[in-house]
Design a protein around this ligand. Structure first.
Ligand code: ZN
Ligand code: ZN
Length: 249
């Protein structure tokens, strides 16, 4: 077993709020420069770019985990990760069908670009991804279970779109063993207000929308291999697996 440096919350050019500079090649170069060995591409409500980014990740020797940042009906953001593409894809298809049928406004939000490994535009996603699913937070957790995903609420210290900001608390659920933190989160201050968070494993990520943010925050995982199954074990502190987060900025 060894330590793997991971950034499990990174947006691609598919996220309307993300920079068009987030091409597969550029993302992997930036990750490599920051010694990130595991990344998850987590666009808003879509996994459409995961496979093409994975092709380039492999060239860099970086493990790409299939991910998505779901926005639930309560406007809670949660990161969902998968080991198997078939399960990821089916979850993603269901998620897409649960999105409110609103079209993206590229002038206001930016383009939602589906890209291939050669960095050619395949299509523009027309449905607004920066919108809510009709799934409630609880329904989302059930769907994650059904497709063997791993979920953690995103940026819980953020004042918007976090489970604490939207619901006021973190619902008790067997699937929630870890919570995501922003790069800026001061854990001591957070725990002083929300002492009950101590029982969760913290996962700090960059939530990068622009290249310079990649690796600005990360989590190290002590694992046998770079898989979601192993990351879950590390979050549970099982069989010698562990986690360690970067200090805040
Ligand atoms: Zn978010
Ligand atoms: Zn995000």
């Amino acid at each position: 077993m060894r330590w793997f440096k991971a950034d499990l919350h990174i947006h691609s050019v598919l996220s309307p709020c993300g920079g068009l500079e987030m091409s597969p090649q550029a993302v992997m170069e930036q990750a490599q420069q920051n010694h990130i060995e595991i990344i998850a591409i987590t666009d808003h409500n879509s996994l459409a770019n995961c496979l093409e980014y994975e092709k380039i990740a492999k060239e860099f020797g970086i493990k790409l985990i299939y991910g998505v940042e779901v926005q639930t009906a309560e406007e809670v953001h949660a990161i969902v990760l998968f080991d198997k593409w078939l399960e990821a894809k089916e979850f993603g298809d269901n998620l897409y069908n649960s999105l409110l049928p609103i079209e993206n406004d590229p002038d206001f939000f930016g383009d939602q670009v589906v890209i291939n490994a050669a960095e050619e535009i395949v299509r523009f996603e027309e449905r607004a991804l920066i919108n809510s699913s009709m799934w409630t937070f609880e329904e989302m957790l059930d769907m994650v279970d059904a497709y063997n995903g791993f979920v953690f609420p995103a940026h819980i210290d953020a004042t918007a779109y976090s489970v604490i900001a939207q619901l006021g608390f973190i619902p008790e659920h067997k699937s929630i063993i870890a919570v995501g933190l922003t790069a800026k989160c001061d854990i001591d201050k957070l725990l002083a207000v929300y002492g009950y968070l101590e029982k969760y494993t913290f996962i700090r990520n960059s939530d990068a929308h622009y290249l310079a943010q990649i690796g600005s925050a990360y989590t190290e995982f002590y694992l046998e291999e770079a898989t979601v199954a192993e990351i879950i074990k590390a979050c549970k502190r099982e069989d010698g697996r562990m986690t360690k987060i970067s200090s805040f900025k």
